[in-house]
Design a protein around this ligand. Structure first.
Ligand code: GLY
Length: 411
């Protein structure tokens, strides 16, 4: 009886939180639209001429007041166009469709890139959203070509896609958890029906192969890249020597505090990646693993009360990383749709709590602040002394995605 009363009270509180966020949504999308119009107006002349010609906005420095523009080959170049697509979806304002198309179509040369794994991120966030929202097949060949380029980085002996380094590098075979995010492009292209390309339709003949590569990478990563408690490592170096094949020869802290702690954004990539793999494959092992990684983060003793993680779970009291929270909130909302009962409700409630805080003045910039970006307090690479407490294009992207996922759940 007592437990039943407690559960009923928790359900009422969860509904009240959701109502709060529902009420905030129109203002949050409207303010985001104002921000991104200002950002587009500031970035367009830089992209068209001068030092930043051909580059895409990535961040902003409060110290110099300057926009940080990056090459179209930088791993985040798909996020700014992707946010413009999400704003088109959120507001229906044709301005965003027009500008999203311009910024997206700059990224085309990435379809041939084979020297890193990020083409999945880059092309799926930009062209993938264009395809989905415009319901067009005009970008399909480009996306198939990108998946083919990414699959060249797959090593069948190890069963893994190499994250960084030359395709045929003999000494290091480096993999990071972010790589899981690139599998979404492979699975989307592989999926029969949606792309009309599975099993050789329309000439590529790679649908099944892309799916196998994605599953293999997810399975081997599941075995090595997370500790027994579900916390992630950042950089793993796999051995390619016969006799040692597939063993982890080295752990590197990478963007995390140490090899023994969990880098927050890496943890969020993991939750998102395995939830996404379940969406495509319906394999329970991916769902269960996503839950394990989510539980690690949600129950972590160092998770702050507002649900916005420190940049590393081993660095309490240091900077928060709003981007890690945005990726996690988006992932948890999707996860909640796959998990019935109390656990699903727990994931949804945690994501809503994170979003309420991300929408507060503590994290969500006011117009005129933050160089036009939405979220304050992101951390790119603290050990590299780079991008500490700054806005980040991918933080905004997953923030908007999470808000749209929440809106869809309420309809
Ligand atoms: N992919 C690099 C990062 O998450 O910072």
């Amino acid at each position: 009886m007592f437990i039943a009363t407690l559960l009923a009270a928790a359900a009422v509180a969860a509904n009240q939180h959701e109502d709060l966020l529902v009420k905030r949504l129109p203002e949050v999308f409207a303010r985001s639209a104002v921000h991104y119009k200002a950002l587009d107006a500031a970035a367009t002349p830089l992209m068209e001429a001068g030092d930043a010609k051909g580059k895409v906005p990535h961040s902003w420095s409060a110290k110099t007041g300057r926009l940080d523009m990056r090459s179209i080959y930088w791993w985040t170049s798909g996020h700014f166009p992707g946010s413009l697509w999400y704003l088109y979806e959120a507001t229906g304002d044709e301005f965003f469709k027009e500008r999203a198309t311009v910024w997206t179509e700059m990224l085309a040369p990435n379809s041939k890139v084979t020297d890193n794994h990020d083409v999945g991120f880059i092309m799926n966030c930009s062209y993938g959203n264009a395809r989905r929202i415009l319901k067009t097949d005009k970008y399909d060949d480009l996306l198939r070509e990108t998946a083919a380029s990414l699959s060249k980085r797959f090593n069948p002996s190890l069963g893994l896609i190499r994250s960084w380094g030359a395709l045929d590098g003999k000494n290091d075979f480096l993999v990071i958890p972010d790589n899981l995010m690139n599998l979404e492009l492979l699975e989307a292209v592989a999926k029969n029906g949606e792309w009309g390309t599975g099993n050789g339709e329309r000439g590529m003949g790679n649908g099944e192969r892309f799916d196998k590569i994605a599953r293999s990478h997810a399975d081997v990563t599941m075995k090595h890249h997370f500790r027994a408690d579900g916390g992630c490592y950042h950089v793993l170096n796999y051995d390619q020597r016969p006799g040692f094949l597939g063993q982890v020869q080295e752990f590197r802290r990478g963007q995390g505090l140490s090899c023994e702690t969990a880098w927050s954004r890496g943890q969020s990539w993991g939750i998102y990646g395995y939830t996404m793999m379940y969406r495509f494959t319906k394999e329970r092992r991916y769902l269960e693993f996503a839950q394990k990684l989510a539980d690690y983060a949600m129950n972590n003793p160092n998770m702050p009360a507002d649900g916005i993680p420190y940049w590393d779970y081993g660095a309490p009291g240091e900077e928060r990383d709003s981007s890690a929270a945005a990726v996690m909130a988006s992932a948890l909302l999707e996860l909640s749709t796959f998990v019935p009962g109390e656990d699903g409700e727990r994931y949804r409630a945690f994501a809503v709590h994170q979003l309420i805080w991300l929408c507060s003045d503590d994290y969500f910039a006011k117009p005129g602040e933050n160089g036009g970006w939405l979220l304050k307090h992101g951390v790119g690479h603290k050990p590299g002394n780079s991008e500490i407490d700054v806005p980040l294009d991918y933080g905004d992207y997953y923030f908007l995605e999470a808000l749209l996922r929440f809106r869809a759940l309420k309809h």
